[in-house]
Design a protein around this ligand. Structure first.
Ligand code: FAD
Length: 365
């Protein structure tokens, strides 16, 4: 696997690429920033936040130090605010597909949307892997993906006036059903049973709209697609009463949730244990020098998959990256409370900051 010279000429040069914008990947930006290192962050999801946003945005978290309680969403909002000062590149909705070590010790990194990076280090904060939508697995479904079958709504305007079928029983399915009920030509919600995982208030609203005849709900499972001239025309649905019905449509939206896939990370030549990346606990470096792994994706004796463990790991990984990029120079620990240099990097001090030389003298061992 190698990137052509021509492609790498177009690459963004950076100190570190962080794979994953979950809570740990975001805090990694902060720890690198304190050491004066710039990071580019890439995530396959269209939003930052990893599991906190995808799996439990409104649930309370009680074990973040000094934050007695906050929701998943609030935690991510606070992390986002905390790293804003370091202005990281955030590249969302694309997977990191290639990480190729170069002879000069740097890395060529590529994403599924064709972005290229020339990075001094790569830090994998990939959690349980890249979240992928659960796809409809009937014959021909992949042919219509992006044209008449959708797993995400990128632009709701394209559904105005159309006959829609929405599959699913969770929050996304119900939210979009309610959102589009009055904008679409028609909406049929199909779920395999009459119990929903969505918020009870949304379910109640949906049932009320059914009563008013503004949308239809059907209990059933899609059996096959019906095409006409290559276009998706209708679905054959096995209904709860055992009868197979034809439901015609213009557009199909599938919200069956997301499932994590280790994906391309498995191909980067790293030593794995089951689906986790083995690291040392001093530097959180993987079996490939210059590639680090922090957060839920790594494995070492005593590992606990907690956000606070991931935060600790990012601090040590940042020091290791700094040492790698400045070989032979000792990287000293400084306090944000007292270090003018750190405060200047944080943008919180009006004072003239210390130079890199002063950083190394005004230190705590
Ligand atoms: C229901 C639930 C409740 C929880 N409650 C708590 C709690 O109370 N306290 C606690 O400490 N922990 C809790 N956790 C665990 C916590 O959410 C995880 O420890 C934390 O999210 C790990 O953060 P991370 O950044 O390592 O990974 P993640 O949050 O999983 O983020 C990883 C990101 O990497 C991206 N990614 C992966 N591969 C690629 C790739 N190749 N290219 C681009 N992007 C990629 C993914 O899309 C994802 O966004 C809970 C988990 C769940 C499911």
């Amino acid at each position: 696997m190698s990137l052509s010279h021509e492609r790498s000429k177009l690459a963004t040069v950076t100190d570190a690429v962080i794979v994953g914008a979950g809570p740990v990947g975001l805090f990694q930006v902060f720890e690198l920033g304190l050491l004066g290192l710039r990071a580019e962050v890439i995530d396959s999801l269209p939003v930052i936040g990893g599991q906190c946003i995808e799996l439990y945005p409104d649930k309370p978290i009680y074990d973040i130090p000094a934050v007695p309680v906050c929701t998943g969403r609030e935690l991510i909002e606070r992390l986002h605010e905390q790293i804003r000062t370091f202005n990281p590149g955030l590249h969302l909705g694309q997977e990191v597909t290639e990480v190729v070590p170069r002879a000069d010790g740097r890395f060529d990194v590529a994403t599924s949307r064709g972005l290229r990076f020339d990075a001094g280090a790569v830090i994998i904060a990939g959690g349980v892997g890249s979240f992928q939508p659960r796809r409809l697995s009937v014959e021909g479904a992949d042919r219509h993906e992006g044209t008449s079958i959708h797993y995400r709504v990128k632009d709701a305007a394209r559904f105005v006036g159309k006959d829609l079928v929405i599959l699913g029983g969770g929050d996304s399915a119900l939210d979009w059903t309610l959102e589009l009920a009055d904008k679409a030509g028609s909406v049929v919600l199909i779920h395999r049973r009459a119990e929903f995982r969505a918020a009870p208030a949304s379910v109640a609203k949906m049932l009320a709209l059914c009563e008013e005849g503004r949308l239809d709900f059907m209990e059933g499972q899609v059996q096959s697609l019906v095409e006409q001239d290559g276009k998706l025309k209708s679905l054959r649905v096995l209904a709860r009463d055992g009868v197979t019905r034809t439901v015609s449509l213009d557009q199909l939206l599938v919200f069956w949730g997301l499932h994590p896939k280790l994906g391309p990370i498995a191909q980067w030549g790293l030593q794995l244990q089951r689906r986790n990346i083995l690291v040392d606990t001093a530097r959180f470096e993987t079996s490939v020098p210059g590639i680090f792994a922090v957060g839920d994706i790594n494995e070492y004796p005593g590992k606990k998959k907690l956000i606070l463990s991931g935060f600790h790991e990012t601090a040590l990984a940042a020091f290791a990256v700094k040492e790698r990029l400045n070989p032979g120079e000792k990287v000293h620990l400084q306090y944000t409370t007292t270090s003018p240099l750190l405060q200047r990097r944080l943008g919180v001090s009006g004072e003239r900051g210390a130079s890199e030389g002063e950083e190394r003298t005004a230190v705590r061992a």
